[in-house]
Design a protein around this ligand. Structure first.
Ligand code: ADP
Length: 333
């Protein structure tokens, strides 16, 4: 009998720095769910990363718990994939340090998200600069070859590939080069209509917010700034409300036409969008409430996830120790 071929491994991380939002869902979470059936999939709640923006221990723990609920509710099945908390596996940080010694500072400094986050007011810490190096370690430690991420992460993935190439050049071919897996969504803009929707930019539509909260947030969205009066024609290509309709109904071209010809007003277009978002996420919101009622479930899922991935990570770290000379001479040293 021939052995079944090993499945390719997928890894992606999400920060527990706030509630899951439309950008997270459309850019990444849809693919997390799709890929768990075909691949050996690992999804990490990256709490080490979140320390760059969340500076309250009790809050970080709460947000981590909430993010696990979010991921289960959007459809991740712990029987099919491993859901892990990064800090349960501190070797991520160890490998990140080792990568730091092969990464020129200029590579980290030129990362676009580093600049964007500083503009959003995120403290310019070493951790913020080092963020993509830790991300490369998260992926490499499991030798993951595919990474479902939003298109905002394209530059980080390119950097991850450069980092593993630099490591492999110095120490030998240990790591595969990871490839991004993108969804159909472009980088989703925030409620300001200007910047990328992001927890750190405070411009999100949280997917599990209560219906009235979604209505309130959508109603305040910035639309076409040149459409001042109800009778002015709108420009759907610059109106984020019109752009978001694309994901919540097959009639978005008609909706966009209504705006362009001033047949419809921004208020109605927003009301319709809010109702469609609420309906779309209703079953997931209900599932999330059901899961949240079992207080022990999240920690059980995380413990099972850590146990599942630990042997993979230990095998990689044994190779890394042997190649770099860290620690005692091991079996393969
Ligand atoms: P945030 O920027 O809100 O803190 P994360 O850094 O935790 O989000 O990203 C989690 C996943 O969601 C990543 O794969 C990222 O590419 C994706 N993502 C985040 N924001 C967006 C967006 N505005 N559009 C598309 N994908 C996004």
């Amino acid at each position: 009998m021939t052995e079944p071929a090993a499945r390719e491994r997928v890894l992606s991380g999400i920060q527990p720095s706030g509630a899951s939002h439309l950008g997270n869902y459309l850019g990444a979470q849809v693919n997390y769910v799709a890929l768990q059936d075909q691949f050996d999939a690992i999804y990490a709640i990256v709490d080490f990363h979140a320390l760059t923006t969340v500076h309250d221990g009790a809050l970080l723990r709460k947000l981590t718990h909430e993010m696990v609920l979010d991921l289960l509710a959007v459809g991740l099945d712990p029987k099919k994939c491993a859901l892990i908390r990064q800090s349960d596996l501190p070797e991520h940080a160890e490998l990140s340090w080792i990568f730091n010694t092969v990464v020129p500072v200029a590579w980290a400094e030129r990362t676009p998200t580093y600049k964007e986050k500083r503009e959003d007011g995120v403290e310019n810490s070493m951790g913020l600069l080092d963020y993509p190096v830790l991300q490369a370690a998260d992926i490499a430690i499991y030798k993951a070859s595919r990474v479902p991420v939003g298109k905002d992460q394209a530059a980080h993935l390119e950097l991850s590939r450069e980092i593993v190439r630099a490591f492999n050049r110095r120490y030998g071919p240990i790591f595969p080069e990871p490839q991004p897996v993108f969804s159909d969504a472009p980088v989703v803009l925030g409620t300001d209509g200007q910047k990328k929707m992001s927890k750190s930019a405070n411009n999100t539509i949280p997917i599990f917010a209560e219906p009235d909260e979604v209505r309130r947030i959508v109603q305040k969205m910035v639309t076409d700034p040149l459409r001042i009066k109800r009778t002015d024609p709108g420009r759907p290509e610059v109106c984020n409300v019109c752009q978001l309709h694309r994901f919540f109904g097959s009639d978005y071209l008609q909706i966009q036409d209504g705006e362009r010809t001033a047949r419809t007003g921004c208020v109605e277009t927003k009301q319709l969008l809010a109702e469609r978002i609420i309906e779309f996420f209703r079953p997931m919101r209900e599932e999330r409430a059901r899961l949240a009622a079992d207080p022990g479930h999240v920690e059980e899922v995380l413990a099972a996830g850590a146990a599942k991935v630990r042997p993979i990570l230990e095998a990689t770290m044994a190779e890394v120790h042997a190649a770099t000379g860290i620690g005692p001479r091991g079996a393969i040293g």
